[in-house]
Design a protein around this ligand. Structure first.
Ligand SMILES: Nc1nc2c(ncn2[C@@H]2O[C@H](COP(=O)(O)OP(=O)(O)OP(=O)(O)O)[C@@H](O)[C@H]2O)c(=O)[nH]1
Ligand SMILES: [Mg+2]
Ligand SMILES: [Zn+2]
Length: 309
């Protein structure tokens, strides 16, 4: 019997569930399965892997230590790694088809921003499909986003269709690993396609020839930017659940709450209507927006266990 091939370093560039696509140092990619004992590998993981014999899949035998990990929690509270070794979250939204409202899903945005803060990652808000926004809607959007900018988050208004704002977004992605997250249909894959003209990425338009199903993204995929940096496309979500964090951690994730958190009457205040709550008072005084406090409370009520620390 010949001995097993030497493990070599690689990068997970796609996660299809059971099968991982691993990019070798020479740029070629190989389908692999992960050894059960090593835990779940995610897109963006640096791994050690062994080539398979003949047509057989390779084997991922070790996951290198991660500098960051974004995980998703399912309805039962089970956490699943989504992508690893990322530097920033690109939170993508788009204006609603109907005029009037801005159409932005604030609760989902706030979930992602809190997640980024708690993981120590950067976050940028991107509103795509600005070509569809009417004049009034565009003003309202920029107004709402100005609030996030005041908290120190980057904001970009872009259009994958007209390419408006894409050079600026591209500059922000350079030499970093970024993951595009957000609801289904907001145009994450379209933005990646616009930034990566040499790749062919399937986007959600109905196939005109067959009229069958939308090409919604179902796997997490990593692409290299031609001028340095990696971007990861992820499947759209309706809701993003935080893992089992404490109420205190959640409140700290709302970064503009921080100056008030030590001033509540009760040390274990969760800022949900308790008397003498400094966060509620700050909201009444216009120092914290109503929408953010509502978002915080909505997330608080959904935490699997509210721990007081
Ligand atoms: N008008 C307009 N349409 C866009 C723009 N960007 C994307 N679209 C359209 O929006 C639809 C959804 O785009 P996708 O890129 O597949 O959206 P996604 O966020 O990747 O969706 P999931 O993969 O399901 O999460 C497609 O029909 C795109 O052609 C844009 O800037 N302007
Ligand atoms: Mg997609
Ligand atoms: Zn309080």
């Amino acid at each position: 019997m010949t001995s097993a091939p030497e493990p070599q370093p690689g990068l997970v560039i796609a996660n299809y569930g059971q099968t991982l696509l691993v990019e070798a140092s020479d740029g070629a990619s190989w389908p692999c399965v992960a050894r059960k004992s090593i835990g779940q590998a995610a897109c963006g993981d640096r791994v050690l892997w062994q080539a398979g014999r003949g047509d057989a899949h390779g084997a991922v035998v070790a996951i290198e230590p991660r500098r960051s990990l974004l995980a998703r929690t399912d309805a039962r509270g089970k956490s699943k790694p989504l992508c690893a070794n990322i530097d920033q979250l690109i939170v993508v939204t788009s204006p609603a088809a109907s005029a009037g409202a801005s159409g932005i899903n604030h609760s989902l945005i706030d979930h992602y921003l809190v997640t980024a803060d708690l993981l120590g990652l950067g976050a940028t808000l991107v509103v795509n499909k600005m070509d569809l926004a009417g004049e009034l809607q565009a003003i309202k959007l920029r107004d709402e986003m100005a609030r996030y900018q005041a908290m120190g988050y980057e904001f970009r208004a872009v259009s994958a269709k007209t390419r408006d704002g894409l050079p600026e977004l591209g500059a922000q992605l350079k030499d970093r690993t970024s993951v595009f997250v957000g609801e289904s249909g907001v145009g994450k894959s379209s933005l990646l396609q616009a930034l990566l003209p040499d790749h062919e990425i399937r986007v959600g338009a109905l196939s005109e020839a067959s009229g069958k199903g939308r090409h919604t993204t179902t796997s997490t995929l990593l692409f290299h930017l031609p001028r340095g940096g990696d971007i990861i496309d992820s499947p759209g979500v309706r809701e993003f659940r935080l893992w089992n964090i404490s109420a205190a951690e959640l409140a700290r994730g709302f970064r503009e709450f921080r100056p008030f958190l030590d001033n509540c009457r009760f040390r274990d205040c969760v800022h949900d209507g308790e008397p003498g709550c400094a966060v509620t008072l700050a909201c009444e005084q216009g120092k914290i927006s109503r929408q953010r406090l509502d978002s915080y409370r909505a997330i608080l009520h959904k935490l699997p266990v509210v721990e007081y620390d």
